[in-house]
Write a protein that binds this ligand. Structure first.
Ligand code: 3IO
Length: 337
């Protein structure tokens, strides 16, 4: 009888333990663009890795397409705990993230993996105070930006007065080039293109396929404009409440996830462009070397404007920019561009 009781106690304990493990922790993760876009692809990869590495102790419930939080209330929503985790496009908050916006400058990134690793390293080194209220889980960028438009941009002069959707520093570059930049999040762009509020956009080529912009924007002009910076942030109290081993798993994934996302997007943008040529016969337009030089000259004042802003926020802007460029050179030598 005594033995039976012991066996039953052990069984009960085993059940209880596994029930607790099964109940585990569920983290909600909000994202603003549609599920098929790269910020959501990286979200699903992160979910898979976390669930695997914590052996099910943590499960992640993902909410793509602004179903939990939208592009403009992401940071606030995470800070107030409406979502545990959120994916933030920093370019949608002008002036709010001066340190990390350094990777949004016109410095001619050609590799998303390089840009994403540079962004992560700058974050680790500077620990910007404007992100102190949240736990930063990873960072990454979009691929270099090009013009996708309804009408062909055969020369830079064709940009004159053209309404193009963009965000962040690219808006200023467009203005310097005579175009009409219109600031809005990616998730509002399909409607603006449909309604004719804008006649194109400036972003990376993944969206030709994932947002089906190839259908409406048949002309793609190679401009090599800046990448857009993203940060994945978590409610700080929620992070602090996690067991130490789980915290370590999430910490260990930060840099790796940045590199993974960069590599994924580098690979994917060429696939998306090939798909667009095949499906919609989109035309890729190249500018001359002189025109690329003109874009560069007309973007130069942005660096000065950024420095002013970063200095006002208390950063050593020259050092920050120099660090960013040194990291860019280091990773381009390591990874290629
Ligand atoms: C982007 C944003 C959301 C979904 C897919 C995307 N591909 C490139 C970007 C960058 C961008 O244009 C933006 O608004 O952050």
């Amino acid at each position: 009888m005594k033995r039976l009781l012991t066996a039953m106690t052990v069984l009960a304990l085993v059940c209880l333990t596994s029930a607790v493990a099964m109940a585990g922790t569920t983290l909600t993760y909000a994202n603003f663009p549609p599920a098929q876009t790269f910020p959501c692809v990286q979200m699903e990869r992160w979910k898979t890795e976390v669930e695997k590495r914590t052996e099910g102790a943590v499960s992640v419930q993902t909410f793509p397409g602004s179903t939990l939080l939208g592009p403009k209330n992401m940071m606030r929503g995470v800070m107030t705990g409406q979502a545990d985790i959120g994916c933030l496009s920093l370019a949608y908050y002008p002036g709010v993230y001066p340190a990390m916006s350094v990777v949004n400058l016109p410095v001619a990134f050609t590799s998303t993996e390089v840009a994403s690793l540079v962004m992560w390293d700058i974050f680790v080194k500077y620990q910007p105070k404007e992100m102190k209220n949240v736990k930063v889980l990873t960072m990454f960028t979009s691929a270099p930006s090009h013009v996708m438009s309804k009408k062909p941009i055969k020369t830079l002069a064709d940009l004159e007065g053209l309404e193009l959707r963009a965000s962040g520093t690219i808006l200023q570059i467009l203005q310097n080039l005579g175009a009409q930049g219109v600031g809005m999040p990616m998730s509002q762009t399909p409607e603006a293109l449909q309604k004719g509020v804008v006649n194109g956009l400036v972003s990376s080529f993944d969206v030709l396929k994932d947002m089906n912009f190839a259908e409406i924007c048949r002309y793609e002009t190679i401009t090599n404009l800046p990448v857009y910076p993203f940060a994945v942030v978590m409610n700080k109290a929620r992070f602090d409440s996690l067991p130490e081993d789980v915290k370590k798993t999430l910490d260990d994934l930060g840099r790796e996830q940045a590199a993974w996302t960069g590599r994924y997007l580098d690979d994917y943008t060429s696939q998306a462009l090939a798909w667009s040529k095949e499906k919609y016969q989109v035309e890729v337009l190249e500018l001359t070397d002189a025109e690329h030089a003109e874009i560069k000259t007309k973007s130069a004042d942005l660096v000065e404007a950024w420095k002013e802003q970063a200095t006002k926020a208390g950063y050593d802007a020259d050092a920050l920019l120099a660090d960013m460029l040194a990291l860019k050179a280091k990773y381009e030598a390591e990874i290629g561009n």
